[in-house]
Design a protein around this ligand. Structure first.
Ligand SMILES: CC(=O)N[C@H]1[C@@H](OP(=O)(O)OP(=O)(O)OC[C@H]2O[C@@H](n3ccc(=O)[nH]c3=O)[C@H](O)[C@@H]2O)O[C@H](CO)[C@@H](O)[C@@H]1O
Ligand SMILES: C=C(OP(=O)(O)O)C(=O)O
Length: 442
């Protein structure tokens, strides 16, 4: 079993470059299924396990997919099959994003039910309600959800009970090729929604209002392959902002987009961190003494749940009592137990965690419970006394390209090793063919 070994006590300095956003590229690749003519060329694609998974989902449906040099090319002009089996959906919930494109193009989609995961139950009822409003019939059975529509989806007025990112994306993709107009209200406003709408519009769709709470979509008859560059990953950027802050470092985070990170910047500033906007990125300077604060996770532009565990690591060493309240996912505190193994003083009360700081973090053997928890435990390791060993790196590889290598490049003592303690190449440097096989097997 591979581990990341962190020896704490190094200030981070230098420049780190942010990759394309995982949460933007997954729906964009899924949306490529909708182009019945021409190739889709997607640039600035990060080499993540999740990208390999979504590529396999598409290949399994008979689309031709090529991934090289941070560019994914999809040719979906063949006749596709319309099923996504459990082996993919189990690994990555975003696999359900193929439903919208398939249903719109073929009037049929069959996808394994995603089930719960380490951060909550994560149903897809809002996706299904949206498709049903557009005329689809839904059947759930034998672990699958199957959707049909006679002839073509019809545009509809749809109100989302909550601003779900995935439901907004799935319905927007379906509506792009539906007959007539769709008005989607109370939708998610994340930058990744805007990126997907821009991509669909380049394919020939007519979508306005993405990034606001009402999106209007005029359905078109056909969509075509196009070229698109993925926006930078605001969560990877935020994670490195915390890395700089927690180590009293001074790091330039290249490609970080300040407009995507307002809530994170504001909370870091409340904690005494200096954040400077520079050309093409953000500089973050960690203070001698961090100050406690409170955070409530919310849909964008509120504080992102995907930054919650990293901020918890920062609060361990802040002066005073901090409170984090999680409102997006029902159970995203699995990492609290792992932080406690590192001497954190934390208490869970309902949907909140109370963190008594500053503690004196101690190195320990800890297990990543989800993707962001993996990063957060490594961040805590950067300032812990002694050695921290983080296992369950399959979570980390879903969302961070060479996290250990990038931290080491900033001066951290971080190394990825195999079960014998030998240094190993990060996921990104393993030969593509082996990565692809590894993704299939894991
Ligand atoms: C690949 C991707 O982009 N993942 C992101 C996406 O996940 P995802 O799209 O799954 O997140 P959603 O915004 O849909 O989920 C938000 C909340 O709504 C609930 N819900 C959602 C859909 C539904 O049909 N019914 C329902 O009850 C979920 O259980 C959750 O409690 O947005 C999340 C919230 O910002 C991020 O943490 C994830 O990193
Ligand atoms: C929860 C996350 O992703 P996913 O929705 O793909 O599980 C995340 O990126 O932190």
């Amino acid at each position: 079993m591979e581990k990341i070994i962190v020896r704490g006590g190094h200030q981070l300095q230098g420049t780190v470059k942010v990759e394309g956003a995982k949460n933007a590229v997954l729906p964009v690749i899924a949306a490529s299924l909708i182009a019945s003519e021409g190739k889709s060329v997607i640039k600035d694609v990060p080499e993540l396990a999740d990208v390999y998974t979504i590529n396999q989902v598409l290949e399994n449906m008979n689309a031709s997919v090529h991934f090289d040099n941070n560019t994914v090319t999809v040719d979906a002009s063949n006749r596709l099959t319309t099923e996504a089996p459990f082996e993919y959906v189990r690994k990555m919930r975003a696999s359900v994003l193929v439903i919208g494109p398939l249903l719109a193009r073929y009037g049929h989609a069959k996808v394994a039910m995603p089930g719960g995961c380490a951060i909550g139950s994560r149903p897809i009822d809002l996706h299904l309600k949206g498709f049903e409003a557009m005329g689809a019939k839904t059947h759930v059975g034998n672990g699958f959800v199957e959707l049909y529509v006679d002839k073509r989806l019809k545009g509809a007025k749809i109100y989302l009970d909550m601003p779900s990112v995935g439901a907004t994306e799935n319905i927007m993709m379906a509506a792009a090729l539906a007959e007539g107009k769709t008005v989607l209200e109370n939708c998610a406003k994340e930058p990744e929604i805007v990126d997907l709408a821009n991509y669909l519009n380049k394919m020939g769709a007519k979508i306005v209002g993405a990034g606001t709470e009402t999106i209007r979509i005029e359905g078109v008859d056909k969509l075509y392959g196009t070229e698109h560059s993925i926006i930078p990953d605001r969560i990877e950027a935020g994670t490195f902002m915390v890395a700089a802050a927690i180590t009293e470092g001074n790091v330039f985070i290249e490609n970080a987009v300040p407009e995507h990170l307002r809530s994170v910047i504001s909370k870091l500033e409340e904690m005494n961190v200096i954040v400077q906007e520079e050309k093409n990125g953000l500089r973050v300077i960690g203070p001698k003494q961090l100050k406690a604060t409170d955070i409530k996770t919310l849909p964008h532009p509120g504080f992102p749940t995907d930054m919650q565990s990293q901020m918890m690591a920062l609060m361990l060493v802040a002066q005073g009592t901090s409170v984090i309240t999680e409102t997006v996912f029902e159970n995203r505190f699995m990492h609290v137990e792992e932080f406690r193994r590192m001497n954190a003083k934390m208490k869970i009360e309902g949907h909140s965690v109370i963190i008594e700081g500053p503690c004196n973090p101690q190195g320990a053997e800890v297990a990543a419970t989800d993707l962001r928890a993996a990063a957060a435990l490594i961040l805590a390791g950067l300032i812990a006394d002694g050695v921290t060993r983080v296992t369950e790196l399959k979570h980390l590889d879903r969302g961070y390209v060479d996290f250990a290598g990038k931290l080491a490049g900033l001066g951290a003592d971080v190394e990825r090793v195999d079960e014998h303690g030998n240094s190993v190449l990060p996921y990104v440097h393993v030969e593509p063919i082996n990565r692809s096989i590894a993704a299939k097997l894991s």
